[in-house]
Design a protein around this ligand. Structure first.
Ligand code: CO
Length: 153
């Protein structure tokens, strides 16, 4: 009997420990990292069409400062990829390498350096199911390596 009670207590404790983990698994909250090798850790991100808002958090897992190895996360229609990358390049670090008032930019974080993070939240209603979206880092020279596909599933 005592043994049974201990097992039950252990199961309850495990359940309580597991709960916060599941609570964080919100499919509308996405995470991506950049590193000092000019890479994102994910080449694809997707969120369910049932999300009201989508939050993307960018972490910089490296050590280099943003002036040398800055990363941002910029969401665009796939067709606007090159134009947004070019416009961003000349916008400068103070503007997070995003051209002021660029309507082709659907959402973006600021530029982060090693150890920093930034999040952006946008309404899912700006995206269409089945349309082709891409994300990129607009720090000069980064978009060739740092890009991915974004899908509303
Ligand atoms: Co970058």
């Amino acid at each position: 009997m005592t043994r049974m009670r201990h097992l039950a207590a252990a199961a309850t404790l495990l359940g309580a420990l597991a709960l916060p983990l599941y609570a964080h698994a919100d499919p509308c909250k996405l995470e991506i990292s950049g590193n000092d090798q000019m890479q994102y850790d994910k080449q694809e991100l997707s969120a369910p069409g049932t999300c009201k808002e989508i939050t993307v958090t960018l972490h910089h897992a490296g050590k280099l400062p943003k002036e040398a190895m800055g990363h941002n996360w910029v969401l665009v229609n796939a067709a606007d990829f090159a134009a947004v990358a070019n416009a961003g390049m000349s916008a400068g670090l103070a503007s997070n390498y995003v051209a002021a008032g660029d309507k082709r930019v659907l959402a973006h974080t600021k530029i982060v350096g090693g150890g920093e993070s930034d999040s952006v939240t946008f309404p899912a209603s700006i995206l269409k199911k089945g349309a082709e979206y891409k994300y990129l880092c607009t720090f000069p020279g980064h978009n060739a390596l740092m890009h991915g596909v974004f899908k509303l599933s």
